[in-house]
Design a protein around this ligand. Structure first.
Ligand SMILES: C[S@@+](CC[C@H](N)C(=O)[O-])C[C@H]1O[C@@H](n2cnc3c(N)ncnc32)[C@H](O)[C@@H]1O
Length: 283
């Protein structure tokens, strides 16, 4: 893609989802409470993640499913918006959606800190249902480290349904997260209280810690275990196809800390899903 002439995209709309059917989001996990700390450390972790998202996006754009003049990216569970900022810098419009007010506050601060001129305070739109996100209007969506917040199969299904509805036919959803096969191996920036992943049940809740670069940590609770197969099942149920097939493994980030080591296993995964075009009408 030719990025030589970059027009700054319109200020992102941040959809604040204040009610998720099926569960009390604020008591479900502590991403809201630790939004600021998460933003600090998530930035580092995302160094390894972003190139995979970028590649998935470039492939989608190359195949014509994303028109950079008219289309937008949707960042589902955008948190501090760190993975959206590189898109904006490339001139690609992004909207975000999250159910945590504090995460979106940090997202707004991060937008203001860019030199792209985003300063307004009226880009937050409160919605009470994912149904309020414009349907079929996004040319690419990403969902990074979000599915583990789903406490049960119903909410997992819902997340994929929401992504499916928001996307235009023919476009891509790229998902990333901590690799479920290796959650028992400590990562450089976090560790989970799981001794053996083979004993974990689908949807089982687990705790852990996220490490700051100075070696201090804060507790993580309310994440839920989902095998890749469960994600595929929910994605298929929503209507997604698997392009490029499958799941890719993403290695851990190195941190300059004497006490933390990167995971020797693939710490993260990425998965490409496509919303199929409607079947051609037979005359
Ligand atoms: C671990 S953070 C990841 C944030 C960001 N995607 C990133 O990778 O840096 C998970 C985020 O997903 C949000 N979230 C969880 N479930 C959600 C849902 N059903 N709808 C919207 N946001 C959700 C949380 O509030 C939190 O901000």
């Amino acid at each position: 893609m030719n990025d030589n002439k970059i027009t700054v995209p319109k200020e992102p709309v941040l959809f604040m989802l204040n009610k998720i059917p099926g569960y009390d989001h604020n008591s479900a996990h502590n991403y809201d409470k630790n939004a600021q700390k998460f933003a600090g450390i998530a930035g580092l972790e995302k160094i390894k993640i972003y190139p995979y998202i970028e590649r998935a996006f470039n492939e989608a754009a190359l195949h014509g499913s994303f028109d950079r003049h008219t289309d937008k990216v949707l960042d589902i569970g955008c948190g501090p918006f760190l993975l959206a900022l590189p898109f904006l810098r490339r001139g690609i419009a992004v909207d975000g959606i999250d159910s945590s007010k504090n995460m979106l506050k940090v997202a707004k601060e991060n937008l203001k800190k860019t030199n792209l001129g985003y300063a307004s305070n009226d880009n937050m739109e409160e919605i009470s249902s994912m149904r309020d996100v414009p349907n079929g209007s996004y040319g690419f969506a990403m969902m990074n480290f979000v599915h583990q917040c789903c406490p049960n199969r119903k909410s997992l299904d819902k997340l994929f349904q929401v992504a499916f509805k928001a996307l235009k036919p023919g476009s891509t959803l790229y998902i990333t997260g901590a690799h479920p096969d290796h959650l028992d191996v400590a990562h450089s920036l976090c560790e989970y209280d799981i001794e053996d992943v083979s004993t974990m049940k689908e949807g089982q809740r687990y705790t852990g810690r996220i490490y700051q670069q100075d070696g201090t940590s804060y507790d993580l609770y309310g994440d839920h275990f989902w095998q890749i197969d469960s994600l595929k099942k929910s994605a298929r149920k929503a209507g997604f196809n698997f392009s490029n097939g499958d799941v890719e493994k993403i290695e851990d980030v190195e941190v300059l800390s004497p006490v933390r080591q990167p995971s020797r296993e693939a710490a993260y995964f990425g998965m490409t899903l496509t919303k199929p075009m409607p079947k051609a009408q037979v005359a």
